[in-house]
Design a protein around this ligand. Structure first.
Ligand SMILES: Nc1ncnc2c1ncn2[C@@H]1O[C@H](COP(=O)(O)OP(=O)(O)OP(=O)(O)O)[C@@H](O)[C@H]1O
Ligand SMILES: [Mg+2]
Length: 260
């Protein structure tokens, strides 16, 4: 087992605002984490540190064995696959879907003068196929529906064969069918021993893919609970996280929650 992320007493401060407070967290290569918490809890901030795009104000964060602040983060960033709304906003709308995926091999969002070979193209096409987007390879990214875009973003995040895959709300905006298809693809990924470590942020326990192993519950920048999914995701912990009584049910590895 190799440590992929190691956070020790991580704090992020913006002015008077403490966005992350004393977060200590370890992710190993076989882990598949889901991060839950209310709006503003600090989930995206946590992902930015994990993606080596933001440094802690205090504490220590190690990403793929490299301590942030003591390493060349450009090299580190290409080893981490990230899918987030902020990154999607930077994709040129006229770029073809295949190029949107393929350019991730060079850590850029639009095609310019980089060299790609047949292997890059084959890999991009295989990933598009895996996420049900093979027929869209030549379409312009800007013409896709929200759900189609989400699937392309996950394919793109996997393109550089990352050692860590970070998905910030990958199922947001998807209809029932689209969500279930994406969760199916993520379950397959989670179950494959060749897959990288995965951390996925979501707002809904219904979106936890079968096969995910760990959960972090975050509130006001602090960890409420973190650990193996089955024993950590409880009605009591969710109630503390959301500040209201929550009822939790599970069936065949899937969860559902509502106000108690
Ligand atoms: N650059 C910044 N300057 C000031 N405050 C910030 C900055 N970035 C984030 N914040 C604040 O930090 C808090 C956490 O933000 P973050 O985006 O990490 O939350 P989140 O858990 O991802 O929320 P959501 O579920 O709405 O996506 C929010 O209150 C946000 O307003
Ligand atoms: Mg967020």
């Amino acid at each position: 087992m190799t440590e992929v992320l190691g956070f020790e007493g991580v704090r992020v401060r913006r002015g008077d605002n403490e966005i992350l407070r004393d977060v200590s967290w370890t992710v190993s290569d076989r882990d598949r984490w889901v991060v839950l918490g209310p709006n503003g809890a600090g989930k995206t901030t946590l992902m930015s540190i994990a993606a080596a795009r933001l440094f802690p104000t205090a504490g220590r964060a190690t990403v793929l064995g490299e301590q942030l602040g003591e390493t060349d983060t450009r090299e580190l960033r290409v080893r981490v696959g990230l899918s987030s709304a902020a990154l999607a906003d930077r994709i040129p709308p006229h770029e073809t879907v295949r190029n949107v995926v393929m350019t991730a091999a060079h850590g850029v969002t639009g095609r310019w003068h980089e060299d790609y070979d047949g292997l890059d193209e084959d890999r991009a096409d295989a990933l598009l196929w895996a996420f049900g987007m093979a027929d869209f390879a030549q379409r312009e990214f800007g013409t896709l529906s929200e759900g189609e875009r989400k699937r392309v973003q996950v394919a793109r995040a996997l393109m550089p064969d990352p050692e860590l895959l970070l998905l910030d709300e990958p199922a947001a905006g998807l209809d029932l069918g689209g969500r279930e298809e994406l969760l199916g693809a993520l379950s397959e990924l989670a179950g494959d021993h060749r897959s990288p470590a995965i951390v996925m942020v979501t707002h809904h326990v219904e979106e936890i893919p079968v096969g995910f192993t760990h959960v972090m519950l975050l509130r006001d920048g602090q960890i409420v609970a973190a650990g193996p999914l089955a024993e950590t995701l409880t009605a009591e912990a969710l109630s503390r996280t959301y500040g209201m009584p929550v009822e939790l049910t599970s069936s065949s590895g899937r969860y559902a929650a509502r106000r108690a």
